[in-house]
Design a protein around this ligand. Structure first.
Ligand code: TMP
Ligand code: MG
Length: 172
């Protein structure tokens, strides 16, 4: 789960998201990336043991959220995360903004407002055009059971094919 809020960097990020502190935009982008890189040794250890990793948010959130800010290009935002372990499957759980806003606690943290979320969504759509990644869209407005079943089916297929392939490097 990213950001991993329990590390030193993670605590900075958590306080930033909770609006308890402000951090310069470039700087916070690099901290979000550093927060992923500090987990890479552990992630690789697990993967080498044959463990399947389910990652809630990753470099794609990093790029989508920062590039939604003014004067941040998609290319600049991707650079710090180039070379991270490459996911075998990327699931985009799509939910209409109005529905998301009705879910618990929406609006409490930084970025949780309509204008930002719409710009972030556009950026996600740009990222999804990248055919070197296995993007799949899941309709998150369905019931928990239906969403679960769809994700289970997609994941099982991916796990079967991934065991025979070496770990890739993201955006490289
Ligand atoms: P969450 O804990 O509810 O998933 O929220 C994390 C927030 O942090 C969410 O608004 C997206 C944002 N975020 C970034 O801006 N950059 C990142 O690299 C990551 C992982 C999350
Ligand atoms: Mg949240």
């Amino acid at each position: 789960l990213f950001p991993e809020r329990s590390t030193d960097i993670g605590r900075l990020l958590s306080s930033y998201l909770e609006k308890e502190s402000d951090v310069e935009d470039h700087s916070v982008h690099l901290l979000f990336s550093a927060n992923r890189w500090e987990q890479v040794p552990l992630m690789k250890e697990k993967l080498n043991q044959g463990v399947t990793l389910v990652v809630d948010r990753y470099a794609f959130s990093g790029v989508a959220f920062t590039s939604a800010k003014e004067n941040f290009s998609l290319e600049w935002c991707k650079q710090p995360d180039v070379g991270l372990p490459k996911p075998d499957l990327v699931l985009f759980l799509h939910l209409k903004l109005a529905d998301a806003a009705m879910r618990g606690e929406f609006g409490r943290e930084r970025y949780e407002n309509g204008a930002v979320q719409e710009r972030v969504l556009q950026r996600f759509h740009q990222l999804m055009k990248d055919t070197t990644l296995n993007w799949k869209m899941v309709d998150a407005s369905k019931s928990i059971e239906e969403v679960h079943e769809e994700i289970r089916a997609l994941s099982e297929d991916t796990i079967c094919t991934a065991v025979q392939r070496p770990l890739g490097e993201l955006w490289k």
